[in-house]
Unconditional design. Sequence first.
Length: 246
Amino acid sequence: MAGELRIAVLDDDEAELEQARRALDALGETGAEYFTDKAALMLAAEREPAFDLAFLDIYLGNGTGIDAAEELRRSSPETDLVFITTSQQHAVDAFQLGALHYLVKPVTVEGVREALSRRNPPAKARPSITLKVNREINRVFLDTIVSIQSIRHLVEVKLTDGRCLRVWQPLSEIERLLNGDFLKINRGVVVNMNEVSRMDPETCVMSDGTVLPVKQWDRAAIRKQYDDFLINELHLMAASQRRDRK
């Protein structure tokens, strides 16, 4: 519940600190503690109870928020971390430290609300789709699909167990049933990004060894979408590690 968390905010810019204060106050977190240097934060972290959540600016006049996070993690491993900065340059470093979230300035009420909501994300059902195989309806879990490829008059759906389902329905119809884990890399070719072993400039190598061509004219956009997916996966891994620690 709002107002019951012990929250720390570290930013050496007073104006940015005030912006974070307004966002937290708007959400009812009026008891947050604000710091302009790492030493003061670490001194406060020695008091009980431990901080539930720490918002850390990446760029500090003396050191970085990553340094502060590493030190805070050693003394208070249960504290959730949220990094705030002007770019995504250090996003991978942040999520490798088990960051809860990564906010790009300016800090907004919506961004802080999202960070707070990620402390206890709701459980999600395992997503699946139904496919017409040999005139029968088959339920297929999305996380068991490696790739989907339109070949002549049918669609081949390759699964992680090695099976290949030949589906008699349009690829466009199947695409509408997929979630954000899937990426169209060429005309008639869709891959599960969780099953990509390597994304090269011209090809995509899948976990089953299949090598699929990447559309020439959209390679930059396809690569960006895949890179964004990897960043999000790092966040999910960090969230899982936090739950394991707790």
